[in-house]
Ligand binder design. Structure first.
Ligand SMILES: Cc1cc2nc3c(=O)[nH]c(=O)nc-3n(C[C@H](O)[C@H](O)[C@H](O)COP(=O)(O)OP(=O)(O)OC[C@H]3O[C@@H](n4cnc5c(N)ncnc54)[C@H](O)[C@@H]3O)c2cc1C
Ligand code: HEM
Length: 421
């Protein structure tokens, strides 16, 4: 428990620490990963790049927490989102003291001579309090997911029974559990994690993939977009895990899969119309939601997709079919680039991106709930579009296909910006 004086000290030192966010991040990660190289099995090297905005998520969220130390109730959704992500990665209580030690080391370095024992004690107490909140929520999530019918702990072997090419860059993997135990249901929008060891890398890596199909108790489907090196960084490596899955994982191979988790799910208590907006690979989570809404509800649905071009337009036929299945469901596809054979009304509906203007054009008449999902650049654009349309925060639900940038103090890495991928 923090004393009043410790709370004041933490608040007073946040501005100085925020000013040096980059140094904190660098010092923290470099020292921690050097002392504990086994943690490289958990962290994604692409998120640790110096200029990468996402690299700051962990340290920045600690600073956000410290800023709000008098109003911890404000942080409920942040804790839920991070705890869920941690559970998908199998982060355990014994990892917390390691992170705490190195965060404190980074704070000491940034504050220099100003880092008095009182200041360091206050920060240690603050981190300890946050770690208690996080590990408490994670313990409950681990218990819920492993003890549900069909649930399991850790990563369990699944066989790839089918690979389907969905577009030039997206491939679906149909996965059945090697032990044939019936699978737990999941909620549309949730994701599994996959743990692999690409031969080009010294460590294991875990990535999250949304479940793009509907629960049937027998198999899960994930749909993976191959990540190329960003246009602005042609010498950068291509995506590690998506490349490995595309190039090396064939039918009958085994993948290690984590039980589904995720808080990007439909609010089933609402009967308002639903606007589903996706950019590029974000279609996966939103497609599962569309399947559910069409089959199980009478809610009005508007599905708006940003797609780069016809060659990168997965699930086109399935979305059209779903939109035809019942009245009140509209699907609008926006192409960034139209090719010679592309027919408006058949392949796409309009040219452009999912801007506020485009969204406004297709909005339902009554107030709607908004669900949007995709890569970081798309999410930033979608947030500003919804701001422009004055959509209240309590009607927005989102999932970024990368560490959540909303905890980040600096601007996102332009190399990862691209509306539709
Ligand atoms: C909740 C959630 C759900 C998701 N669902 C899906 C889904 O359904 N389908 C899907 O396809 N993806 C999904 N993702 C994204 C997925 O988890 C991976 O992030 C994605 O596959 C990329 O992983 P990777 O290992 O291939 O790329 P990484 O190795 O993580 O690289 C990411 C990008 O950074 C670039 N990069 C790497 N190193 C450098 C460098 N040094 N300099 C510059 N650039 C660099 C790479 O070229 C690549 O473009 C989801 C993510 C989350 C968080
Ligand atoms: C109070 C302590 C912690 C806080 C506040 C915190 C915060 C965060 C945040 C904000 C993210 C990004 C979430 C997102 O993707 O949206 C994250 C991701 C992550 N965290 Fe934590 N974290 C803490 C402790 C830990 C610990 C103890 C570990 C284990 C060593 C850990 C490992 C990770 C990993 C591996 C990721 C994914 C990032 C990547 O892929 O590189 N975190 N954490």
């Amino acid at each position: 428990m923090l004393t009043e004086q410790q709370r004041e000290i933490v608040k007073a030192t946040v501005p100085a620490l925020k000013m040096h966010g980059e140094t904190i991040t660098r010092t923290f990660y470099d020292a921690m990963l050097k002392a504990h190289p086994e943690l490289l099995n958990y962290f994604n090297p692409a998120n640790q790049r110096g200029e990468g905005g996402q690299a700051r998520s962990l340290a920045a969220s600690v600073l956000t927490y410290a800023e709000n130390i008098d109003r911890l109730g404000n942080l409920g959704s942040m804790v839920e989102r991070i705890a869920t992500k941690h559970v998908s990665l199998e982060i355990l209580p014994e990892h917390y003291p390691i992170v705490g030690r190195h965060l404190l080391g980074a704070i000491t370095e940034v504050l220099g001579e100003a880092a008095t024992p009182e200041i360091l004690n206050a920060w240690a107490a603050a981190y300890g309090q946050l770690a208690d909140v996080m590990t408490g929520r994670e313990r409950d999530l681990y218990a819920e997911t492993s003890t549900q019918p069909g649930g399991w702990a850790g990563f369990k072997p699944f066989r790839v029974v089918r690979r389907v090419r969905e577009s030039e860059v997206m491939t679906s993997f149909h996965l059945v559990p090697a032990d044939s135990v019936p699978l737990p249901a999941f909620r549309p929008g949730q994701y599994v994690s996959v743990k692999v060891h690409p031969p080009s890398y010294d460590y294991e890596q875990v990535r999250q993939y949304s479940l793009s199909g509907v629960p049937d108790g027998r198999h899960y489907r994930i749909s993976v977009r191959r990540e190329d090196a960003p246009a602005g960084a042609p010498n950068a490596p291509a995506g590690l895990v998506s490349g490995f899955l595309h190039d090396a994982v064939q039918e009958n191979d085994t993948l290690l899969v984590h039980v589904p988790v995720g808080d990007f799910v439909l609010d089933e208590t609402s009967d308002r119309p639903v606007v589903l907006i996706s950019g590029g690979s974000g279609i996966t989570a939103v497609l599962a939601m569309l399947e559910h809404l069409v089959a199980n509800t009478q809610r009005e649905v508007v599905m708006l997709r940003g797609v780069r071009s016809r060659a990168r337009h997965p699930f086109a036929e399935r979305v059209r079919e779903l939109a035809r299945q019942r009245p009140g469901v509209r699907s609008i596809t926006l192409y960034e680039a139209v090719g010679p054979g592309d027919v408006q009304g058949e392949h796409y509906d309009a040219i452009g991106r999912t801007t506020a203007e485009a969204i406004r054009h297709y909005l339902p008449e009554s107030e709607a709930d908004f669900y949007y999902c995709g890569p970081i650049g798309f999410m930033t654009a979608a947030e500003s579009a919804l701001d422009e349309l004055a959509v209240p925060l309590n009607r927005r639900h989102s999932e970024a296909f990368a560490p959540d940038p909303s905890f980040v103090t600096g601007s996102p890495d332009p190399g990862l910006l691209g509306q539709a991928a």
